[in-house]
Ligand binder design. Structure first.
Ligand code: AMP
Ligand code: ZN
Length: 443
């Protein structure tokens, strides 16, 4: 067992020695774990074959830089090895399976031994404790249970920490609000698009969360969102929002998480080896520069994944965090390299559109970007819900708003999309991750 023995919990730290380990000790631990995970990985069909081809063995690794001797693993490798090609343990040692949400193609399966689950739960307890959740809090987990890792992942982390845990799942807005009210929920886990939707539902029901509910903390993640959306959620609910990052291939949530300083997400380097590479050259970028996040599991038994190309774009934030944790911080995910679209020669990330929209008070809580091709000309349409207040007002105000959105987007993107304003709550919503981009161009 990696994390559960000899833990010292203090006022500030769930696992003091793990969180405040010295950089030298952390490096030594990483090297030790890297060698051991390489050994484990070589038992799988996929890595066993790959390592043999290039003559890679655990003793080929004598420093952390040697991680670069290991080939990258891609999502396609996981798909090609589906379902059991990366498995390193016999089936009688496995106790759980999840899959990635599959927003970008065929899903991939991830397996866990009992120890893998213990380590994962402990990492999540560490995250939640860091953000201020404590025994005595009521924790409502408003994310999908089942194959998605966000449900059970947070659930067991919260129980380990000792929170009263309500597995309320995704959807069912009114019931969620009722539960929050009746059981004085103080801590929630929610994806950003659902947090925005609940704001509209609460407004419709005449509920003011600041007066009528007891919320104080939200863990928000699983999909990209902007600083502007964080601010909207914090202002409306009167709470603190902490960014939660993870992916099924690395357990699920609990990979990186914001501390109370809210300035970047501590990536737990005793469990994951982090690299940021240029997505084109695959060479490491200098500290502080944006690139693709590449992660290696350091503790997993059932299914280690080495040098996994996450496609998520971020950077290491240089310098130390005032909270005293040694684990380096990554910046808010800017988007995935495969989210980026090109229109009229301009590269656009959906998050750039969101930043602009969410800064305009008359803009409501949902939007969608549509790309079309008419007579060989590409067109970008941004369909935007407006707030209740503006919609009943006159046409002139709406036209002004339309112009302002187009103008502000042009400032950010250097192209002028077509803006369509629609009524509040009229765009389709999903129970899972939001679909912000509909690309109808035939490529
Ligand atoms: P899945 O494995 O299906 O849960 O999806 C994981 C992916 O969700 C990651 O690779 C990211 O692209 C995205 N994701 C998860 N958490 C965040 C976050 N806090 N900010 C931005 N994107 C996130
Ligand atoms: Zn910190």
């Amino acid at each position: 067992m990696f994390f559960t023995e000899n833990r010292t919990t203090t006022d500030s730290f769930w696992d003091q020695s793990a969180e405040t380990i010295t950089p030298e000790d952390l490096k030594a631990l990483q090297l030790h774990r890297l060698k051991s995970v390489l050994q484990t990985a070589s038992r799988s069909e996929f890595y066993g074959r790959g390592f043999k081809e290039i003559g890679l063995r655990a003793d080929s690794i004598s420093s952390l830089d040697d991680v670069r001797k290991i080939p990258f693993t891609s999502k396609q490798d996981l798909r090609d090895s589906y379902p059991y090609g990366l498995l390193c343990e016999p089936k009688d040692r496995l106790v759980r399976m999840h899959v990635s949400s599959g927003t970008t193609g065929q899903a991939t399966a991830v397996f866990y031994t009992r120890s893998d689950l213990e380590v994962w739960a402990d990492l999540l307890a560490r995250c939640m404790y860091m953000a201020g959740a404590r025994p005595g809090d009521t924790f409502q987990n408003l994310t999908g249970y089942g194959l998605f890792t966000g449900g059970l992942g947070f659930h067991y982390g919260a129980e380990r920490l000792g929170l009263l845990t309500i597995p309320s799942g995704a959807g069912n807005s009114k019931r969620q609000i009722q539960i929050m009210h009746d059981f004085s929920t103080s801590v929630i886990h929610i994806i950003p698009s659902f947090a925005l939707l609940l704001m509209d539902v609460m407004s419709e029901m005449g509920i003011d969360p600041r007066k009528d509910l007891s919320l104080k903390i939200a863990f928000v993640g699983a999909e990209p969102y902007s600083e502007e959306v964080r601010r909207r959620i914090e202002d409306f609910y009167g709470i603190k929002v902490y960014n939660s990052y993870g992916l099924s291939e690395m357990n699920g949530p609990g990979v990186a998480f914001e501390c109370r300083c809210q300035s970047g997400l501590h990536l737990w380097e005793d469990a994951f080896l982090v690299e940021i590479v240029d997505p084109k050259t695959l060479e490491p970028v200098p500290e502080g520069t944006y690139g693709e996040l590449v992660l290696t599991t350091l503790t997993r038994e059932a299914m280690p994944i080495l040098r996994y190309r996450t496609k998520d774009l971020t950077r290491i934030i240089p310098g130390n965090c005032p909270c005293g944790r040694v684990h380096r911080r990554i910046d808010r995910i800017r988007g995935r390299s495969d989210d980026m679209f090109i229109i009229k020669g301009v590269n656009v990330f959906p998050i750039q559109v969101e930043q602009v929209l969410m800064n305009i008070p008359e803009v409501g809580n949902n939007y969608v970007i549509m790309l079309r091709r008419e007579k060989n000309v590409d067109e970008m349409i941004v369909r935007v819900e407006v707030t209740d207040r503006i919609f009943v007002e006159d046409m002139r105000r709406l036209q002004q708003l339309q112009k302002k959105i187009a103008h502000d987007l042009k400032g950010e993107l250097l192209l002028t999309p077509k803006i369509e304003l629609v009524e509040p709550n009229s765009l389709p919503r999903s129970d899972g991750k939001a679909m912000r981009l509909i690309d109808q161009r035939i490529t």
